[in-house]
Design a protein around this ligand. Sequence first.
Ligand code: EPU
Length: 416
Amino acid sequence: MQRFIIQGGEELHGEVWISGAKNSALPTLAAALLTEEPVILHRIPAVKDIQTMVQLLRSIGATVEVEQGAVRVQAQQILVPEAPYDLVKTMRASSLVLGPLVARCGRARVSLPGGCAIGARPINLHVSGLEQLGARITQSHGYIEAVAPDGLAGKSIHFDRITVTGTEDLMMAAVLARGTTILNNAAREPEVKDLAELLVKMGARIEGAGTSTIRIEGVQTLRGAEHTIIPDRIEAGTFLLAAAITGGDVRVKGCEPSHLEALLAKLSQVGVMVDRPEENTLRVRGANLRSADVTTEEHPGFPTDLQAQYMALMTQAEGISIITETIFENRFMHAPELMRMGANIRLEGRQAIVAGPRQLSGAEVMSSDLRASASLVLAGLVARGRTVVDRIYHLDRGYEKIEKKLAALGARIQRV
Ligand code: EPU
């Protein structure tokens, strides 16, 4: 099993280029199932979750060509409208094919994902939304099966709670439904808007994506399209936090600052200097860090996907910070590992109370999920001595060449 060995204590300096957003790449790839014609996507990051999605699209019957960040998908025929357990268990976002498959061919069979390290993560809201659009859904042998032999019909749907992939899944189902669908209490994440932009290029009629009410007029068929996905705001945020924690001076290039407002406000509150020397570039310089509380929220609030990395930063800040996780019920797996490195953290239900600053010392630590692993890497960068981060396959799911990008900034990090 591969691991990272990090020798801590180096400031980061230089520039780093941000990849395309994993969480935009996944739904836009799934959207290619909605048309017989080719869909060409640019800036697709070379990460494990994308390989899994490509494998899934191929198993469904699509031809997929991958070439240096561009992916061409053509789903001329849907041969097997199914997402098998083997793929779903390694990547929960596989449930994103449910909506497109029912919309395109009136049938889908998708394995239920089951729990994961950060929480139970049910897909009941995807399922009930599809039922409201007229699909008949049954569950057996760990799979849900959806059928809509006469197609789907538009409806006004209210999400009980905000769900990102649920919003995306239903948007993809509704674009080919008869009539009008309104998604109320929809997710406002930039990735939802990006998916809508691709769908509109394919001929879909969508208004309001990026707000909490999305209106979709169904059309009969969609055509092929070409689209460049948005930069990865979580990768950008991770590098901003890496520069802040090591006290360096880093230019984060090719990012979209408007997608990072909650983090940028928080960085300025804790004393980190961030400016925008040019469009799509953020320059971050570390300083004396002060503590500040944070509560994760749906976009445009502070993203849960940066909570773990922010916690690593707060171990180095003067004072007490209270970090409240509201999106997932079990997303503090990094905290005990940070404590093993010397951090002073107390967990109380959905809150982590961090007292700093504490000199961290390198240790052997274990990754539990993608963002928790990033938090341990950040802690390793600032710790005294050698940190070994085990099970880095979690990082490979969502960060493109993270160790190479960090090493280019002066970090002493090695994959073994
Ligand atoms: N939820 C339900 N029922 C549902 C769907 C969601 O109860 O049918 C609950 C979840 O259990 C969770 C909350 O609603 O407590 C929000 O979950 P959401 O559905 O928004 O999460 P997701 O769509 O499965 C996406 C990202 C995650 C990110 C979350 C929150 C993708 C592929 N994944 O997941 O990204 O944390 O939104 O922003 O877009 C990551 O990249 O590391 C990652 C986990």
